[in-house]
Structures are given as C-alpha cells and as structure tokens.
Design a protein around this ligand. Structure first.
Ligand SMILES: [Mn+2]
Length: 315
C-alpha cells in the first residue's frame, strides 16, 4: 500500500492535505511533515483544515502554512487525509468530488477513501508518513524531523503508552540522528508549555474526580462554565486524563466534556484487559484498544451508570 500511495503521489501535481477535525499533534505533525516532503518534491501543495489546532500545536514548525477552510471547489489532483478515516472526521464538504488517500492507524477507519493506507499496528500516523518519506526518497530536514517526532511522541504519550514499540523508538531515534533537533525541544513544546490558566483548569477538573466499581473506574468532568470563568477558548485534555488514570488500581478513566445541556463528549482510556474501543462501540463511538471516545446525549448520572455497566460486563 505504501508503494501504491507513493506512486499516486508521484503522478499528481496539485495536492491538498487535510487533518481530521479537532486536530491533535499526530495529525498536525504528520500533515506538516507530509506538506514539507511534497514541497521538496516540487509539488503544488496546499494544506486545509476545518478546525484551528489548539496551542501549543500552533507552534510546530511551518504551522503557518495551514489554511482554515474548505477545499471544495478548488481543483486538486488528489487530497491526502491524515487520519481522515470517516467522512465526519474530515470536516470537508464535497470530498467525493476528489481522488482521496487516507493515511490512518485507527482500527475504526471507514476505508471509504479511494486509497486507504490504514495500519493499526503503528503507534501514530507519523510512523506511516516517515515510511512514505523513505519511499519517496525525500531528505529529512529539521522541520520534517521535528514534526514527525512530535507526532509519534504525542500519540505514544512521550513513549509511555502501550502502543510504543521498537519501531516507534527506532523511527524516533533515526529522526534525532538525521534531523537537526533534540528530543527535549519537542518535549518542552508539547508537554511543558502550559499557560497558568490551563493548570488552573486542571485543578478544577480534578476536583470533580470520583471513583466507581471498587475504584477500577475513575471519572472526571469538564464543565462548560470552567471555560467562561477562565480565559480559555478550548482545552487540551490528555494530561488531565493522565492524572486520573495514574491512580493505582484504576483500569478505566472516563473524561466527560460538557458540550451542551445534557450533551457530552466522553473520552475513555483503559489499561489491562478492558477495551476502550468496545466500550465506545456500545455507544456508537470508536477509537483504539486503550483510547476511544463517543458522544452521549442525556443525563450525566445516567451516562455514568450505563457506561459502568458496559465496563462491568467486560471485567
Ligand atoms: Mn494518531
């Protein structure tokens, strides 16, 4: 599939790139690395996202090339979707008017692009874009390396999560060797660049912590009013979830983000034998074995009870 993707790219001239909605460091870092690679090959490249990336991803090298808006009706030979596994993930209108390539590592990928390069065995889309770069014979510059390292290091939680493999470490090592950046520069940007307001927000969210099912489930709750009382536009949730899931004995962490009255986006993180994806699927969501999510409409206490029951059935 990698060869096929490389062949289509070689033949194309005008290429658009897009990351999924609510973009994360993997989809943005991989997308930017891909953008720089295609530029290097002399392609006409444009990068359109429908959502702004949250801070500090806006500080990734070359972030400024990303335009916010729709691709249609601009003419492109192909669109490359970075983790755009399903229609609602892309946020793009009239996408069926184009030839699309999806580069993804989610098992829940819809395989509805013209070419689907989906490999659930890799830790991050960044690993696939790295391999694509080798296949295309590009020079790995500092900015390409920095972005790919950021992609992989973010999706593996700085090489701490269960998806970290020998290959992810090896690619990271190659990038550090070939490209002129140091791992701590990426870590400083991704993991040690908190605004005071964010730490205040973590404080509030953690104050909602509750445990269920003999302390096997930890639940935290982000209320909409936290945003209005702090001068924050949106939140990056991964490190708050990390706290709640670090508790000894906790196997599943649920993060409730209140979107509207009785409407929540719920992120699940699990370890051990419990599959986050299975839990999410019971509520029409998706994701990976140890990280997944879904939307819930209804009363939050009802939601907690229903989800706890689904998890109980898996134990
Ligand atoms: Mn990813």
């Amino acid at each position: 599939m990698k060869k096929k993707v490389a062949d289509v790219i070689k033949k194309a001239n005008k290429i658009a790139i897009s990351s999924h909605v609510r973009p994360d460091a993997d989809s943005i870092g991989s997308g930017l690395a891909l953008y720089l690679m295609l530029k290097q090959l002399g392609k006409k490249v444009a990068y359109y996202n429908t959502d702004m990336a949250p801070f500090p991803l806006t500080k990734l090298p070359s972030y400024e090339v990303i335009k916010i808006g729709q691709i249609y009706p601009r003419p492109f030979d192909i669109i490359i979707l970075v983790e755009g596994g399903a229609d609602d993930r892309t946020g793009l209108d009239n996408i069926e008017e184009y030839y699309t390539i999806n580069i993804d590592h989610h098992t829940t990928s819809a395989y509805d692009s013209n070419l689907n390069w989906v490999d659930p065995a890799v830790s991050a889309a960044g690993e696939l874009v790295y391999q694509l770069g080798l296949e295309l014979g590009v020079t790995f510059t500092r900015d390409i390396g920095f972005n790919l390292y950021a992609a992989i290091s973010s999706d593996t939680g700085s090489f701490r999560y269960s998806n970290t493999t020998h290959t992810s470490l090896k690619i990271a090592s190659e990038l550090v060797k070939e490209c002129d950046f140091l791992p701590y520069e990426v870590s400083d940007l991704l993991f040690y660049s908190n605004h005071l307001e964010k730490v205040r927000m973590i404080e509030r969210v953690l104050s909602t912590l509750e445990l269920k099912l003999d302390n096997k489930i930890s639940i935290i709750y982000f209320k909409r009013k936290f945003l209005s009382t702090l001068s924050l536009k949106d939140i990056e949730t991964e490190d708050i979830i990390s706290f709640a899931r670090s508790i000894i004995g906790v196997e599943v962490t649920l993060f409730f983000k209140e979107i509207d009255d009785d409407f929540y986006r719920i992120s699940i993180r699990s370890r051990g034998g419990i599959s986050s994806q299975k839990v999410a699927k019971a509520f029409k969501g998706g994701g990976h074995d140890h990280a997944a999510g879904f939307f819930y409409r209804g009363n939050i206490e009802e939601a907690k009870k229903e989800i706890t029951d689904v998890i109980k059935a898996q134990l």
